[in-house]
Design a protein around this ligand. Sequence first.
Ligand SMILES: Nc1ncnc2c1ncn2[C@@H]1O[C@H](COP(=O)(O)OP(=O)(O)O)[C@@H](O)[C@H]1O
Ligand SMILES: [Mg+2]
Length: 356
Amino acid sequence: MPFINERLMEQAESRPPPVTPGARASRFQFEPDQVMARLSARIVGQDPVLADLEAMLTRIKADISDPERPLAVHLFVGPTGVGKTETVRLLAEALHGRADALCRVDMNTLAQEHYAAALIGAPPGYVGSKEGHTLLDEERLRGTFRKPGVVLFDEIEKADVRVIRALMNVLDHGRLALSAGTRELDFRNSLIFMTSNLGAREAQTRLARYRRGWRRWLALRPTATERIPEQAVREYFDPEFINRIDRIHYFQPLDPQRADGLLEMELDRLADRLQRRDVSLSWQPAARSRFRAGQDIRYGARDLRRRLRNELEPKVAAAMFSHPDIHRFLVRTTGGTLEVVPVMETDPRDGLRHTT
Ligand SMILES: Nc1ncnc2c1ncn2[C@@H]1O[C@H](COP(=O)(O)OP(=O)(O)O)[C@@H](O)[C@H]1O
Ligand SMILES: [Mg+2]
């Protein structure tokens, strides 16, 4: 009975919000600080961006935004693997309490000539042009009375000019007319995010040069990594497009000092997955710093995850199968190679004992 359930939910949604004494009433049901706490726990090194997002959520919650525009329009610029997509994904998840709450359009994987058709629908009369069919998931982008929808146009610089033109209208009036002409998508209750890595390569090259050269101190200044992408964005997009964006955030490349926090975070997630198999992992400090040192920060966090998957997880898996009755394992290095060995029992001297 999905139909009835949906109707019931709709009714619940339009009921007046519960009144909490001492709190300002709002149709929106989310707590900006709680939402952001979830993000801070998972995204490292992008604190200024997160602080801005919290301010944005607070503004939305006050429900004082122009009702004829999207609730927010933000562009995230920065190199690959620094958390642009992940931030939006986590935000949608934290707001809606569901991992699949995000309406994401990946400009990169769409076939070039199908861009416009896939987004705004094929013109009437075309094969497959059903009643305004579109890539966009209407329910997710619209959100609900209590929660804003979250839309992500990922890697926007790959988009066809026709798509950008259609987007301009969305950013302006919060509406997108599908080409069948009978239907319109409504973005007025949406948070719109776009990402781009324009200028990232140039910034990275410049940064690497600074780090080596006598002007090393320049690499520490955020302007070194912001000015170049900023210029690239201004050269690439028309001023009319840029003018419709509330805020452009420049994501910082993940600097080596962050490697520790990132590794910590990824290892916590691995620990969660292992726990489901009733297995725990401890690290010999030397093994940990060795693993961390092998990280190529240029590829952001993706490189770390790939290395965990390729270099560590197979060893953990092999150890799990060779020692089916053991629940604790130790990661250590021997002659520079990472090893995963079972921990047999506790030794009072170092808290660990293992076979070799
Ligand atoms: N700043 C970060 N903090 C924590 N994890 C990150 C960060 N940046 C990237 N990651 C991890 O790396 C992966 C790729 O990040 P993603 O957001 O997709 O990169 P991009 O900036 O290219 O969109 C994600 O799965 C994410 O968990
Ligand atoms: Mg991305």
